[in-house]
Design a protein around this ligand. Structure first.
Ligand code: MG
Ligand code: ZN
Length: 225
């Protein structure tokens, strides 16, 4: 499996100044242009560690196998655990190691894109580093963004992270089988999400069993191939 890493001094940090955020935006725009050129639809997946991002990507790849030619970029500080899990389901995976950085940036995604044969791809899933704060500041060039939250994160997960939802089109509320044990009201979570962004599509899933994945695929409204 191929791995890309930022070169020394190449990493974008959250404490940086406006112009570096602008640079990231410019690189994201270029990534987007490249994806468009090759007709690759890219989906960005955000969520905390343990929310189930990788499991959701695994389920999507499993269900869309044979319909789309897929690849994934797996963002992680140092490990390849998630990348290996996704690869097993039938997508080629590029591991993007951020080192100490808590988010992917457009530069690292640009490097990952350079490692992929875009001509032979229809769909690209970009799993960000597990974190619900700064990844929102770093657009990567994807066509749409999914935020995954889990009932195990408790009842206030959504209200505490309003900004991350602003650029998302779908919120996945995962591990619904554990809602009762966690004393979490699923309808309240949905209300919280729609309060922040009324046009969000809300999908309930159990990544482990695959419940809700068909609904998520419908909500994604992927381009036909
Ligand atoms: Mg993961
Ligand atoms: Zn970060």
């Amino acid at each position: 499996m191929k791995t890309v890493k930022p070169a020394e001094g190449e990493t974008f940090d959250i404490e940086l100044e406006e112009d570096l955020l602008r640079q990231n935006q410019e690189l994201a725009r270029k990534n987007h242009e490249l994806l468009e050129k090759y007709n690759v639809h890219a989906v960005d997946i955000l969520g905390s560690i343990g929310s189930g991002k990788t499991t959701i990507v695994q389920q999507l790849v499993k269900n869309l196998n044979g319909i789309y030619r897929m690849a994934a970029v797996a963002g992680d500080l140092t490990t390849t655990i998630d990348a290996n899990r996704i690869q097993k389901k039938g997508a080629s995976v590029i591991q993007a190691n951020t080192g100490k950085e808590c988010h992917l940036d457009a530069n690292l995604v640009k490097k990952a894109l350079a490692e992929l044969d875009l001509e032979k791809l229809d769909l690209l899933f970009i799993e960000n580093v597990g974190n619900l704060i700064c990844p929102g500041e770093f657009p990567l060039g994807a066509h749409q963004r999914i935020v995954v939250v889990s009932t195990t994160e408790g009842p206030y997960m959504i209200v505490k992270h309003p900004y991350i939802l602003m650029d998302a089109s779908i919120i996945v509320i995962n591990k619904i089988d554990l809602a009762e044990a966690m004393d979490v009201d699923l309808n309240q979570l949905k209300k919280d999400a729609l309060n922040i962004k009324p046009e969000l599509k809300v999908v309930f899933t159990n990544g482990r069993t695959g419940e809700g994945i068909k609904e998520l695929i419908e909500a994604l409204n992927l381009p036909r191939r």
